[in-house]
Design a protein around this ligand. Structure first.
Ligand code: NAI
Length: 329
């Protein structure tokens, strides 16, 4: 019996994400909230023959409070996406995420919160600050969703191996953060080795493609938004892992952008040589959220350089998020 809620459920990501969650039999209640169109999306999804009871709510009449009541897992894809030439999502999305986090902190403070709204490197610290303000912050329950980077890495490696049927079996840890150079794929740890003789140039190009994969989609959509369908797939995949762990399944490990105050965080800070408050690393999931942050493992010299290159942006992005909440108080 799990109640999952999607905030921003009528959007480009929100609708297919809600569809995928409705199709998952582990979810028995699905709450959809947006500032527009959720009654329609909910009516449509409610005709699908799967267990979840769906309700769609809007801001009037305390819609946010109602949808969040009893929620165990809250996924947030609310906000504006990137468009060519528009890179500063921060101001708009920061305010949206802060408002929604306040709703969760007051109505469902124990829920697992999965943040998709970009820039994740800053929106996750915003949620943390809002929760701290309400004295309900449990770092183990807050996740920045970086799964799309992981999904892209699997797909691109399978493409290089010439066998897309392997794509879902390929596991590549992707760590750091969730934008540009903060995205660090650890290809040396790929479950499926790259072809022998794969040159340094090709490796650099693959790293770059994973880091900037979102640009391919923004460009191809030509003004109509950013990744929505692949993000919905990735968001559902991560949400289901969290729900499986909540239901007692053991041994689930997935990268996520989390607070380094959790078990394993201090060791990770030493490993990366930086006193960051958040970082994306493989985390072990359990019924109470993150059980432990795992080590990054053995890195190549190239990967060590990529981690070092991610630190300045990560430091800035995290501070920008924290500063936003202080200013808006
Ligand atoms: P979209 O514009 O299609 O949908 C966003 C939805 O949020 C809209 O339905 C809108 O009405 C809703 N919304 C706005 N303010 C709201 C509020 N206060 N409360 C509830 N809902 C609200 O955008 P799209 O493409 O679905 O992207 C959503 C977010 O996800 C963007 O910030 C985008 O940058 C981010 N994103 C994150 C990725 C990741 O890997 N974490 C990948 C791709 C996009």
């Amino acid at each position: 019996m799990v109640k999952a809620v999607v905030l921003g459920a009528a959007g480009g990501i929100g609708q297919p994400l809600s569809l995928l969650l409705k199709c998952n039999p582990l979810i028995t209640e699905l709450g959809l909230y947006d500032i527009v169109n959720t009654p329609g999306v909910a009516a449509d999804l409610s005709h699908i023959a799967t267990p979840a009871k769906v309700e769609g709510l809007l801001p009037p009449d305390d819609g946010l409070k109602k949808v969040l009541t009893g929620a165990q897992v809250v996924v947030i894809p609310a906000g504006v996406p990137r468009k060519p030439g528009v890179n500063d999502l921060f101001k708009i999305n920061a305010g949206i995420v802060e408002g929604l986090a306040t709703g969760i902190a007051t109505t469902a403070p124990k829920a697992f919160v999965l943040v998709i709204s970009n820039p994740v490197n800053s929106t996750v610290p915003i949620v943390a600050e809002v929760f701290k303000k309400h004295n309900v912050f449990d770092p183990k329950r807050l996740f920045g969703v970086t799964t799309l980077d992981v999904v892209r890495a699997s797909t691109f490696v399978a493409e290089i191996l010439g066998d897309l049927s392997k794509a879902s079996d390929v596991v590549v840890p992707v760590v750091g953060g969730h934008s540009g150079v903060t995205i660090v794929p650890l290809l040396s740890q790929s479950s499926h080795s790259l072809p022998s003789g794969f040159s340094d140039e090709k490796l650099d190009a693959l790293v770059n493609r994973i880091q900037f994969g979102g640009d391919e989609v923004v460009k191809a959509k030509d003004g109509a938004g950013s990744a929505t369908l692949s993000m919905a797939y990735a968001g559902a995949e991560f949400a289901v892992k969290v729900i499986q762990a909540l239901n007692g399944k053991k041994g689930i490990i997935a990268p996520s952008f989390v607070s380094l105050t959790i078990d394993g965080g201090e060791a990770l800070k030493k490993e990366i040589g930086a006193d960051l408050e958040f970082f994306s690393a493989p985390v072990e999931l359990g019924p109470e959220g993150v059980v432990k942050i795992n080590s990054l493992g053995k890195l190549t010299d190239k990967e060590k350089k990529l981690v070092a290159a991610a630190i300045p942006d990560l430091t800035n992005n995290i501070q920008t998020g924290i500063a936003f909440t202080k200013k808006s108080n």
